[in-house]
Design a protein around this ligand. Sequence first.
Ligand code: AP5
Ligand code: MG
Length: 196
Amino acid sequence: MFVVIMGPPGVGKGTQCKRLVQWLNIPHVSTGDMLREARKALPPSDVLARMDGGNLVADEVAIDLVRRRLELPDCHRGCLLDGFPRTTAQAEALDEMLAERGRQVAVAVKLDGDDDQLIQRMLSRATKENRPDDTVETLARRMEVYRQQTLPVAQYYQRQGVLRSVNAGGTPDEVFVAIQAAIPDVDSPGEPNGGT
Ligand code: AP5
Ligand code: MG
């Protein structure tokens, strides 16, 4: 089963994906995490520096990362996509990659939270982790980018009939239960024939 988890910065995508990988028994593919890893290994470049200012990296970079990740055997049965696709071009590219395998996105879960709550969550994370994009200024830019470039992806999945919106304002446990209810047919999601 291929599941997309989307939502604004700080809404809890990564937090929920950690729980969902156990439940769904499929790998967690986070383009944000992959880009942060890539940045550690590479000298500073304009491509990856865009992240620090809250802007998206180029579509080709994100698409290429996911394409190579989906080719690894652990993703053959499906995966949880966190932070990808973030633009309509990425969503189209993902559909093509999956269609090559006779697969499709089973469900796109959109986590919704109110701005004040997201800001509080992220500033609190900034005290524990050291993400260069967790500052008030960059956060505002990340939210703007989400509204302008990523919300159209929700419409894209709405048109496909696979979008499920979930209120992420509760505790992590409450949000997890709501996401579970939004994901269909989870008897054996990791089995070869388990869902799409
Ligand atoms: P990415 O790493 O995806 O960041 P993001 O979307 O801004 O989201 P975050 O990771 O900050 O938040 P989250 O929703 O995962 O929340 P979390 O669980 O951590 O992307 C970073 C950058 O990489 C982008 O800006 C872009 O530059 C680049 N990028 C990535 N993918 C790309 C792509 N496809 N194309 C182009 N560029 C791309 O939770 C946040 C905090 O809240 C935590 O401290 C957590 O403990 C807490 N929390 C979570 N849930 C709850 C709850 N229910 N109640 C209370 N606290 C909670
Ligand atoms: Mg995250």
